[in-house]
Design a protein around this ligand. Structure first.
Ligand code: URA
Length: 238
């Protein structure tokens, strides 16, 4: 068993898959002392010695994936200049340096993915894939069922039109309404701006799903590694 050479080169962070094809075609890649000219040749990076321009590949880190239930008060970053708690502190047992995939505001809680898989991160956040993000929102004031068509129609925000792909009522609380809204973009403060534009400022916001990932049994502040199945589901997001 092996992995295609161009994939191995791309995974090592040297270049894209296409760029790797070029490196190979240009005769700059040597495997076990032999110059290789077919990008699809199978190699095992743990066993085979792969060199580019005479230098061994940088050791590639295995990918790690964790889902955390971000509590309010945590900043979605690796380090906060103001010394506030950061989401990466919530993950214990990761060997790699993990990065949050997208952002939740400091006063927002819910599902957040952390990983060192840069290409998956890029895909999940790319607008082309329109990954659904489901939010449970407590808004100020009463939103009657009859108003939901207006919530589904969308509004013009200062950075463009915004429209949830789903909007439903999920209950009532004193002075407010609980809504479930699904957006397929990760624009800054999008949910808060959307609700405010409809005349119902957000009192509390929780993301309950990020694509196929949900909170499951997690409690605020808890984290768990993704299962292989979940990683597979994220990889097939299209
Ligand atoms: N929308 C917001 O307003 N805030 C978030 O953190 C995420 C979506």
């Amino acid at each position: 068993m092996g992995t295609r050479l161009n994939k191995v080169l791309a995974r090592a962070g040297l270049t894209s898959r296409r760029g790797a094809d070029r490196l190979v075609a240009e005769g700059r890649v040597v495997v076990n002392g032999l110059r290789v000219t077919t990008p699809g040749v199978l190699v095992d990076p743990a066993v085979d010695r792969v060199e580019v321009d005479g230098r061994p590949l940088p050791a590639s880190e295995p990918h790690e994936y964790f889902v955390v239930y971000k509590p309010r008060g945590y900043v979605t970053t690796r380090r906060d200049p103001h010394g506030r708690p950061v989401v990466t502190e919530l993950v214990r047992g990761a060997r790699a340096r993990l990065y949050p995939v997208g952002r939740l505001d400091v006063d927002v809680e819910g599902v957040l993915l952390l990983t060192n898989d840069g290409s998956l991160t890029h895909r999940l956040l790319h607008p082309r894939y329109a990954l659904p993000r489901v939010y449970e929102v407590v808004v100020l004031g009463r939103v009657a069922a009859g108003e939901l068509p207006a919530w589904r129609a969308g509004v013009q925000l200062d950075d463009g039109f915004a429209r949830p792909t789903a909007a439903a009522r999920a209950g009532e609380v004193a002075g407010g309404t609980v809504l479930r809204l699904t957006f397929t973009e990760g624009r800054k403060h999008e949910v808060k701006r959307y609700c405010a534009a409809l005349g119902h400022p957000v009192r509390a916001l929780r993301r309950v799903a990020f694509g196929p990932l949900t909170l499951g049994g997690l409690r605020p502040g808890q984290a768990r590694p993704l299962t292989d199945r979940e990683v597979g589901q994220l990889r097939t997001v299209r």
